[in-house]
Design a protein around this ligand. Structure first.
Ligand SMILES: CC(C)(COP(=O)(O)OP(=O)(O)OC[C@H]1O[C@@H](n2cnc3c(N)ncnc32)[C@H](O)[C@@H]1OP(=O)(O)O)[C@@H](O)C(=O)NCCC(=O)NCCS
Length: 288
């Protein structure tokens, strides 16, 4: 690979260093057998799988050896977060696809995930790639907020049951519908987000309502989906605070959420709307 040096790459490195310092971690590429086993173990723990691991160490070793992105976040010599992505492209390599990101439950919400993503962003920009895409479960509010608001991604496609069944603690046996997000690495929004100043397009839902945004789904008093009008081109869709807990307590309730969001969010993305923003209290903002 040719390593490119541009002002954007320089700024990406600066943003990364800042994020590492803020999170109190050092991030490095995962290459040797020991590190590969540690990364695989981080994800096993996060997804609480018994039996097979989300990514077996030998597959990870091969992906790493082939030049793909595997990053590990270390604190006090221990790996507490790991991220895997690989080269992608339908007509030759022009972007990367990110597959799995997990942070040790004891180390969450301290900026470790953010720092890992900035490390991956720098890796990609340095290799001349300006886009990383990945999928996430639209029902998981924390992840949506992280991807869309904190990182500055856009949600562009809806995939029904992307992986088939995944019997782990997070997915809880529900259908694995996913949203594909695109992270435009050198865009102004993403540069701002990387510098820690995410200017959240979706933060102020009141302001969106004033501009004519229509509520298509809202979380009801009993945590159930309340359907509104989803016909327009400026929509608000709210998702529950903690779908993972809800699925555990009430599998049927979790499935009702899946069906409602598939219909409305899947339908809207299908007719060309994009997810523009996400508020902390769980509202997606969709527009053309
Ligand atoms: C998603 C995940 C990787 C984020 O890593 P992290 O180190 O906790 O995230 P950061 O501290 O860098 O960023 C936190 C932001 O992400 C959001 N977030 C996502 N998951 C969160 C969680 N479990 N707890 C708290 N905040 C979470 C918050 O909105 C937070 O924003 P804030 O700091 O402004 O409040 C991590 O929570 C995790 O491993 N989750 C389980 C695995 C998973 O779902 N991975 C898929 C990611 S698409």
């Amino acid at each position: 690979v040719t390593i490119v040096a541009t002002p954007v790459v320089d700024r990406a490195l600066k943003a990364l260093r800042q994020a590492e310092a803020a999170a109190g971690v050092t991030i490095s590429m995962v290459r040797d057998v020991e590190a590969v086993h540690q990364a695989s173990e981080v994800w096993r723990k996060v997804w609480e799988r018994t039996g097979d691991r989300p990514v077996p160490p030998e597959v990870l070793r091969a992906l790493s050896h082939a030049g793909n992105y595997v990053g590990g976040a270390y604190r006090d010599g221990r790996m507490i977060g790991a991220l895997l992505g690989f080269y992608a492209g339908q007509d030759g390599v022009d972007h990367a696809h990110s597959h799995i990101l997990g942070v040790d439950p004891d180390a969450r919400a301290g900026g470790v995930g953010f720092a890992l993503k900035l490390h991956q962003r720098h890796w990609a920009l340095e290799r001349g790639l300006d886009r990383i895409d990945w999928t996430f479960d639209p029902l998981v509010r924390n992840n949506a907020f992280f991807n869309i608001n904190k990182l500055g991604c856009r949600g562009v496609e809806y995939h029904v049951d992307f992986y088939g069944e995944m019997p782990d603690a997070i997915n809880g046996g529900d259908r694995t519908d996913r949203i594909l997000v695109e992270w435009r690495l050198a865009s102004p929004e993403v540069e701002m987000a990387a510098a820690g100043g995410a200017a959240p397009a979706g933060a102020d839902i009141g302001a969106w309502r004033e501009r004519g945004a229509v509520v298509a789904i809202e979380v009801g008093a009993g945590e159930e989906p309340v359907l509104g009008d989803d016909g327009g081109d400026l929509l608000l869709v709210q998702v529950p605070e903690d779908i993972v807990a809800l699925r555990h307590q009430d599998a049927a309730g979790g499935q009702r959420w899946r069906a409602a969001v598939r219909d409305v969010l899947g339908g809207a993305l299908g007719r060309g709307l994009e997810i523009q923003g996400m508020s902390r209290d769980g509202w997606y903002v969709l527009s053309r």
